[in-house]
Design a protein around this ligand. Structure first.
Ligand code: CU
Length: 138
């Protein structure tokens, strides 16, 4: 029973890959020789007090708020493990100015109030500056 199920899954995957190949071929065969760069991901800039912590990034990564704002980061760093369960990755919000920072956690929230104008950079204590964000307070 399970072998038959696996074969069906492989067949579906193969069809999907074939479709993806045809889709890519169509995009790159334009007459002027320019390869379609694909969808462009815009820079994440926003003005919000509700941010999220997902695996290896903060959203928005660049935030701009008014003096006195309280920002709250909400962790959303669990993903499916392929066996019906989930795997949760720990991250933190660690401010480079030494101000209030979160603990290393895989769920929950962290809030900080910004009473002074300035540019506040932060990063993940687990993943380093590869996972970083900026809050501009003005
Ligand atoms: Cu991290």
């Amino acid at each position: 029973m399970s072998i038959g199920f696996e074969n069906k899954r492989i067949g579906t995957t193969s069809l999907f890959l074939l479709a993806a190949l045809f889709a890519c071929g169509g995009g790159s065969s334009s007459s002027n020789g320019v390869t379609d760069p694909g969808p462009v991901t815009p820079p994440v800039n926003s003005s919000t007090t509700s941010l999220t912590v997902t695996n290896n990034k903060y959203t928005p990564a660049h935030d701009s708020v008014a003096v006195g704002a309280t920002l709250t980061w909400t962790w959303n760093s669990c993903t499916g493990d392929g066996y019906g369960g989930s795997t949760c990755t720990s991250h933190s919000v660690k401010f480079d100015d030494g101000g209030a920072s979160s603990r290393i956690q895989s769920s929950g929230t962290f809030s900080r109030t910004f009473d002074a104008a300035g540019t506040y950079t932060y990063h993940c204590a687990v993943h380093g500056t590869a996972m970083s964000g900026t809050v501009i307070v003005k």
